[in-house]
Design a protein around this ligand. Sequence first.
Ligand code: BES
Ligand code: MN
Ligand code: ZN
Length: 480
Amino acid sequence: MQIAFAADRPADATVLALAVRNDAALTGLVDGADALLAGAAAGQRFAGEAGSVLDVFVPQGDKVQRVLLLGVGAGDDAAFERAGGALAARLLTSGVTAAVADLSGVEPLATARFAAGVAQRAWRFDEYRTKLPEKQKPTLARVTIVGDDAEWAGRDAVSQGLALARLLATLPPNILYPESFVDRVLQAVDGLGLEVTVLGEQELTELGAGALLGVSQGSRREARVLALKWNGAGADAPLTALVGKGVTFDTGGISIKPAAGMEDMKWDMGGAAAVAGAMLSLATRKAKANVIGVMGLVENMPDGNAQRPGDVVTSMSGQTIEVINTDAEGRLVLCDCITWVQNTHKPVRIVDLATLTGAMIVALGNEYGGLFSNDDALAEQLLAAGRETGDKLWRFPLADGYDKLIDSPIADMKNVGPRGAGSITAAQFLQRFVDDGVAWAHLDIAGMVWADKDGATWGKGATGYGVRVLDRFVADVCEG
Ligand code: BES
Ligand code: MN
Ligand code: ZN
């Protein structure tokens, strides 16, 4: 999908889209079509609600022009993103190849959010569909936006980051495993000026990453840690670390998961995918901030060399962990990544993202990601970035009482608590690896990475959740 900008409405647009507020009169939009549009709106109960579409054909001499009125409700930026998504959803496989959206007079940021909505909703992955019926193939190749492109470069960067995150979450686990995750990401960010570190198994062993390597030891695939550093501010500027869980497939290990739905665990690397996407976005739009993205990449498999329930592993921090349940592997991967980035790069704040617990889905479903933090200001900043972008977050508590629940009789801690508060005890586990003075937030995005139905700016499948909120957070808090 190509997005182009133009200064004036081309006279010959055969498909024309216009944004309409919920209080707008539908007059003077298309020459000679006032009565037709009013009648069609009344007949279809179109009232300009955000995300709604009125789709009509207007006679013009011996031709017809297709006119789509896109509701933008009260006209906030987010509504324009939804409207762009609605346009793409309507036209993507409609047979239409090109459309013009006239957003003359709309603010530059709202215009860019509209374009982002188009790009995001048009993303899809058809590589393995060799027999897609002609009528299901995408046709829409170009949307020309009449309006101000001043904010588009930044939003385009985010859309590209989102596309990378979605691709990674979508790729099947025989294709995407730790090494190939690294290859794909390095290819995507090639030439953007990111500083790259790849830790292989030998280095991870030397570093004492016993928690992460314990998860990986039952897999034929080798573990990796990928770090991408963006130096967009001066060397003295504070560093923000983004850490992502990248379990490229989670069988549960010896504590194996039930067969039904196990295929979902290909997207158990959604946190790492969001970090990769955010780093691509930050580097593409040359963000004025220093940010390092760390991705812990392993496959959790059961085999003769797999770790057992009851094993005690020593993490990179030196703290020991009794592995009660090999399916609580995400925290074991993240804890060594957190230690590594603190030891080597001294970030002032850390935001980790992980599809960490099924309990998070029980609590929040697919509407909000869970937020846990040791720092109220950081929590507020992330909540605000979530509200602005639509990657919504909801805060949960941390407390000593929960922390005690993961004490172990044989080691410093165990990797699971009792049945209750499973998402909170997972967060408490991670907090034990955060150094004093470091502001930290953990986003449990288990319910957000994959959608089983279409959304405003995504088709069903990978959502790319996390990229937009991270990009916004960096823009609001870490830049300037
Ligand atoms: N990756 C899963 C969590 C998950 C489940 C994400 C479903 C998305 C959808 C995680 O590794 C896991 O298995 N967690 C366990 C923890 C438990 C053993 C304490 C869980 O939630 O059941
Ligand atoms: Mn698991
Ligand atoms: Zn997992």
